[in-house]
Write a protein that binds this ligand. Structure first.
Ligand SMILES: [Zn+2]
Length: 124
């Protein structure tokens, strides 16, 4: 398994949103109301796609990762749920954490994007 994004899942989710949009636009209301509703839906769709794509980037292949400090073998060390504020609203993802078998260094091997946004280091 690579790091490719599963667009099939995103498509499924979008189809659900299309149904919601149909119902919303059939409901009573003036142009302004419809604008508001559709803007809200579009934003939520964007937030969902962003959350999904960021989460996909957190997938790791454990045997291809080496310790950032000593180059030693690493093992999985749980996951940390993390909320990230974005222009589209808050997203929540799980970041896999790993630990070096040799030196014990704990780090997040992926999620560069999320890490950059928060300007945080490798320690939780
Ligand atoms: Zn190490």
């Amino acid at each position: 398994m690579g790091r490719g994004i599963n667009w099939g899942d995103i498509e499924k989710s979008l189809r659900g949103w299309v149904e919601i949009m149909k119902e919303e636009t059939e409901a009573e209301g003036n142009l302004g109301d419809m604008e508001e509703k559709i803007r809200g839906i579009m934003r939520e769709i964007g937030r969902e796609v962003l959350e999904y794509t960021v989460q996909e980037r957190e997938k790791i292949e454990i045997d291809q990762i080496r310790c950032e400090r000593c180059g030693g073998e690493i093992k999985r060390n749980g996951k940390v749920r993390r909320k990230i504020k974005t222009m589209l609203g808050e997203i929540e993802i799980e970041r896999p954490r790993v630990r070096c078998k040799s030196c014990g260094w704990d780090f997040f091997p992926s999620g560069q994007g999320a890490r950059d946004r928060e300007g945080e280091g490798d320690k939780p």
